[in-house]
Design a protein around this ligand. Structure first.
Ligand code: FE2
Length: 332
């Protein structure tokens, strides 16, 4: 006799869906003052490119097949990881560190990533807004990855500050769980020196997510002693790694001493907009339904008419046919 097992997967999915809807029914009001006293952005804060000593890994080294890669004819988008690289000069990174430290009181606890986090940094810091729109900054990021990149239209998730501290009550510090991001192109910039904290290593799984999911329990338990788990080279203020966040499993080890701050800058390739991997219900619980709807309208505009979108947003125009080359022109 054939018996039908309860469809627990479907029940779980429905529960998650209802929970996400419930958590989305708030108006995003971060309460961050809009006129913080901060240093001004200077074009001279952009580091010189190219740089020596930048290691890179392609998607094939994470067991991805050619058919799974992002990209299109004439535009291969297959960089998996790269770093360490400096997107800012030492002076620029120090200015950014000061700003991010001052924004810490407004960061909110996030139980998904076990840290405090401030989203939509572009909206509260003119410095950061100018940085991610600086033609040289975007040109260097684009050259590193090999595709043209602009600030991500999902602005709340686009630039975030992550703060990591040991628990104040003396409890055992928690790790940031293993996860994939919604974003394809993520630049993680450390704004702490490694001597300022114990733990807080950015670890990643050098293999396919399918493989990770099969061996999740063992891999998570072994952590950095697992042969496929590696630590990204973030050592000094300003050190940056690129990660294909949506395709490379990553986590952060517990911080047991000191504090650690990172700025996560997600960029967007307007020529491959339809391949963006964000999902509406991933960000709605964080940002509220109304703001998420606005962000998604912006994303649709960027996908459908990238040149018009860039012009309206004051983002440097990337001429078609010259991806990632020196041809990113300043805004008119
Ligand atoms: Fe992440």
């Amino acid at each position: 006799m054939i018996t039908t097992a309860p469809d627990t997967t479907r029940v779980a999915a429905l529960t998650t869906g209802l929970d996400r809807l419930r958590r989305s029914l708030h108006t995003a009001d971060d309460g961050v003052p809009r006129h913080l006293d901060e240093p001004s952005w200077e074009p001279g804060f952009v580091a010189e490119f190219p740089q020596a000593g930048v290691d890179s890994l392609r998607m094939a080294e994470f067991d991805y097949t050619t058919a799974e890669l992002h990209g299109r004819a004439g535009l291969c988008d297959d960089l998996a990881m790269a770093g360490p690289v400096a997107l800012l000069t030492a002076r620029g990174a120090q200015a950014l560190r000061t700003i991010c430290r001052e924004l810490k009181p407004w960061a909110v606890h996030n139980d998904q990533v076990v840290s405090h986090r401030l989203r939509n940094v572009e909206a509260v810091s003119p410095f950061v807004r100018a940085m991610v729109r600086d033609p040289a900054f975007l040109r260097n990021a684009s050259r590193l990855v090999g595709v043209p990149l602009i600030p991500h239209p999902l602005r709340n998730a686009g630039v975030q500050i992550n703060y990591y501290d040991p628990p104040a009550d003396g409890a055992a510090p928690a790790a940031v769980k293993w996860h994939l991001d919604g974003m394809n192109h993520v630049f993680t910039m450390t704004l702490s020196d490694h001597a300022e904290h114990t733990g807080g290593g950015y670890v990643y799984y050098r293999g396919h997510p399918r493989d990770f999911d099969i061996h999740r329990e063992k891999t998570t338990a072994m952590g950095s002693s697992h042969p496929k788990v590696h630590t990204a080279p973030l050592q000094h203020v300003g050190d940056t790694v690129f990660t294909r966040g949506s395709r490379v499993y990553h986590a952060v080890t517990p911080v047991s001493r000191g504090d650690r701050i990172t700025l996560a800058v997600s960029l967007f390739c307007p020529l491959l907009g339809a391949q963006d991997e964000n999902r509406f219900w991933h960000s709605a619980p964080d940002d509220g339904l109304l703001r998420t709807l606005g962000n998604w309208r912006r994303l649709r505009r960027a996908v459908r008419r990238p040149a018009t979108y860039c012009r309206r947003e004051g983002i440097p125009i990337i001429p078609l046919g010259h991806p990632a080359g020196p041809g990113i022109a300043p805004p008119k």
